[in-house]
Design a protein around this ligand. Structure first.
Ligand code: FAD
Length: 427
């Protein structure tokens, strides 16, 4: 009897979990292919929310989707494990052992065979090998790192409350991640003040360092100007044209010879693929390690490999690494792979449908752009439309993964939760 066709999806983020869910519901349910998802963690979080986890303004269990539960409902298998290499000739990938918190090996190294592999392992911030950054800076590229930053932030805040001492934080990178984090930290301080036994809140001094001429370079200049004004109004120092040349335990050194001292230092600039792509059997990569793919999202030099989202790069028509692009690419493959499996019909080229972009500065303000470049948000409603739009994108993601009923219940539970739990992480 012929073996069932095996599709392995590596990385259950914005793109990967959407592909696993849709292909599971289609090919998996019909028994026409075995769909397997592997991820180095056990739960999915929507990466555009990580700055809220880092600040502690999001902490709800509902914001995590357990891979095993999603797999059980949507006809795919889930295996925990970090991909460490790819043997393209044998069409096999290797997963690192899974270790328990006390260092015991729970699952040994495993080899997983595939007929088709879909790579969606995302990206990390790129420190461009700037001296001192990897040793002295915090990153918020995944839930573990966001949690680790939050622990340090809460402890530093506790001390500043106790001593009424200023807390200095510097963030490198004026893109959506750094800019939104700067605002979210202030929102966290506002909330923390509610639990301070009447103590005067300490001064939070956040400095946002951007090497380019303005923050939010992916948005029109009027959004950058308005966002800079808003950040300055809540006491964030915005320094554009500030090229960081090094980091140490006390802060950052800038190329112009000046320093920015900071107790906590966050690196949120640049994008590169996880280092493991160099172990993918010589696949064609960009300088930042992204897998080069053709417009059908197929690796340039391997017909059995597709790559989507931040870890991929379409040489013929590059798109910025965003959740919007990752989601559209995932939906494209999930729509066309069933015909490829059933009748060998090739995947058609993918084209990006630009739906615009949104940035939300905590509850202070927000802006969005439509695909034509028209800006909305800001104004006397403090960008309510853009902030609601930002929230709606997350709900859309939840609804797509949970389905309408469970998605609606998740919204209601989140809303009710606000009457029970504090709005900020306190433990
Ligand atoms: C704080 C922040 C705010 C953002 N805000 C926005 C925004 O407002 N709008 C927007 O469009 N984009 C935003 N982005 C960018 C957006 O999150 C990414 O573009 C998007 O998540 C990319 O999706 P992906 O599926 O490629 O990767 P991810 O969603 O990052 O998923 C990658 C998955 O791969 C897994 N993985 C990684 N390495 C391995 C390995 N070796 N083995 C196994 N599994 C692995 C990870 O655990 C993860 O589950 C933001 C990013 C950040 C960090």
């Amino acid at each position: 009897m012929a073996e069932t066709f095996r599709i392995v999806i590596v990385g259950g983020g914005v793109a990967g979990l959407a592909m696993a869910t849709r292909l599971g519901n289609n090919l998996g349910r019909a028994g026409q292919a075995e769909i397997t998802l592997v991820d180095k963690s056990f739960a999915h979080v929507w990466k555009p929310m990580l700055h809220c986890f880092a600040a502690g303004t999001a902490q709800n269990e509902n914001d995590r989707i357990m891979f095993m539960a999603q797999a059980a409902r949507h006809h795919f298998e889930f295996w925990p494990g970090e991909i460490t290499s790819l043997d393209r000739a044998a069409r096999t990938l290797t997963l690192a052992p899974v270790m328990s918190a006390d260092g015991q090996e729970v699952l040994g190294e495993r080899h997983v065979r595939y007929d088709l592999i879909l790579l969606s392992i995302g990206s990390r911030a790129n420190d461009f090998r700037t001296p001192g950054v990897s040793e002295h800076c915090l990153f918020i590229d995944n839930l573990i790192e966001a949690g680790s930053f939050n622990e340090k932030f809460r402890m530093a805040l506790l001390r500043s409350f106790a001593d009424n001492e200023e807390l200095n934080i510097a963030i490198v990178g004026g893109g959506a991640t750094g800019t939104q984090l700067a605002a979210e930290l202030h929102k966290a301080l506002d909330f923390a003040a509610l639990y301070s036994f009447g103590q005067k809140p300490p001064k939070l001094k956040v400095t946002l360092l951007e090497a380019g001429p303005r923050i939010l370079p992916a948005f029109p200049e009027e959004v950058s100007i308005a966002a800079t004004r808003q950040l300055e109004a809540i006491d964030v120092t915005v320094r554009a044209g500030a090229m960081v040349s090094g980091a140490d335990e006390n802060g950052f050194l800038l190329k112009d010879g000046t320093r920015v001292d900071a107790k906590l230092r966050v690196w949120a600039a640049g994008v590169k693929a996880p280092d493991v792509t160099a172990q993918f059997g010589g696949l064609k990569l960009t300088r930042s390690g992204q897998i080069e793919v053709n417009p059908s999202l197929q690796a340039m030099d391997d017909e059995f490999i597709y790559a989507v989202g931040d870890c991929s790069f379409i040489a013929a028509s590059p798109v910025a690494p965003t959740a919007q692009a990752a989601r559209q690419q995932a939906h494209h493959l999930a729509r066309h792979i069933p015909a490829l499996v059933r009748s060998g019909r090739p995947i058609p080229p993918w084209t990006f449908q630009n739906k615009g972009a949104i940035v939300a500065l905590g509850s202070y303000n927000g802006w969005g752009t439509f695909s034509g470049g028209t800006v909305f948000g800001g104004g006397w409603l403090h960008g309510l439309s853009a902030r609601l739009g930002h929230m709606a994108l997350y709900r859309q993601h939840q609804f797509e993964l949970y389905g309408p009923w469970r998605g609606a219940v998740a919204c209601i539970v989140d809303w009710l939760d606000r009457f029970v739990r504090p709005p900020i992480r306190l433990d």
